[in-house]
Design a protein around this ligand. Sequence first.
Ligand code: SF4
Length: 374
Amino acid sequence: MAAVRRPTRTVYVGKVAVGGDAPIRVQSMCDTDTRDVDATVAQIHQLEEAGCELIRVAVPDRAAAKVLHRIKSRISIPLIADIHFDYELALAAIEQGVDKVRINPGNVFVKAGQKGIEAVVVAAKQAGIPLRIGVNCGSIEPRLLDKYGYPTPEAAVESALDHIRFCEALDFQNMIVSVKFSEVPNMIRAYELLSAQIDYPLHLGVTEAGTPWSGTIKSAMGIGSLLAHGIGDTIRVSLTTPNKTDEVKVAYEILKSLEIRAHGPMLTACPGCGRTEVDLLKLTADVEAALASVKTPLRVAVMGCVVNGPGEAAEADLAVVGGRGRGAIYRKGKLLRTANEDQLIPALLTEIENWKPDPEPGPLANTIPLRMRR
Ligand code: SF4
C-alpha cells in the first residue's frame, strides 16, 4: 500500500488540478514535429484515448510557437509548451494560449540571464497559467557544477530552489517542479530532498529512461519508489518507442501496481510450472489483448491449472483458469462457468460485461481498493 501522500498545494493546468487532493496525473509528450498540426493533433488524440491527461509539445522555433493555438483548439486536454534556451518562444507560446509552460531555467539563464526568466514569469502571471520549473541533470548552472563538482541531486535541488525563490520574489507561486535524472538513485534522492523543502506539486520522471524494456523498469523503480513514499503529483514515463501510448500505459500500470489509481482492468497471471495444463503464454496474451479495450476497473487473473489456480486467484474479481482443452471462469474463487479453450475469451468478456461490484464489499471483496476508484 502506498504511503500517505505528502501534502502539496493545488495548481491548475487548464481545468486539470495537479497536486493537493487531485489524483496523480498522467502526462506525456508528443514526438511529432509540432509545426505539423494534423500529425500532432492525431497523436494527442491517441494519447487522450489511452488516458493521457496533460500533453506537452516541443517548441523549438517560432513556426512551432505560432501553431500552438491551432493545436489547442482541436484537443480537449491541457496543452503544455516545452521551451529550452529561448525565453521569447515561451512568451510566444503564452500569447498562443497554452495552459502551461515548461521552462528549464538553467538553460534559459545561459542564453538570456535572469531577465529572460523574469519576462516569462511576468507573462505567465498575467495569463494566469502555471510554469513548470524543470531542472534536468544536464542543465545545471556552471556555478553549481563548480560548487558540487558534478551534477549531483543536491546541485539540482539547489538549482530548482534558486529558481523557485526567484519566481516567488516576483510574487509568482503558480508552479510545478521537476528535478529529473537519468540515473534512478539520483532521481529518487533529488525528489526526496526537494519534497522536504517545498509544497509545490512535483512532476516525476526519469529522463532519457530508454526503450520500452529498460525504460519501463527504470521508470517503475524511480517513479514507483517515490510514489510509494507519498511523493509526486504528476508523472511522465519517457520511453524511446514508436508508440507514444506506451508511456501512458506504463504510467497507469505503475499507478495500478501501487493501488493509487484505477484505470481499466489490472491483469495478473501465474508464471506457469510443471502443472500447467494450457498454452499459458497464448492464453495470457489473448486475455491481455481482449482487456485492452475494457474500461471497467477490476482484477483479472490468468492461471495455468485447476489444481492451484482457483485458490491462488481467489482475490481476483474474475479468473480464467486453463485446463486440458477446457477452462473455467471464477469470480472471487467461485466457479461461474466452464468453456472450451477456444471459447474462454468470449466467456470472460461476457462476464466482464455482466460484472457488478459486490453491494457491500468485505475486506477482501472488490479487491481494487476504493481509493483507486475515483
Ligand atoms: S496456478 Fe497452477 S500452473 Fe500456475 S504456477 Fe500455480 S500451480 Fe503452476
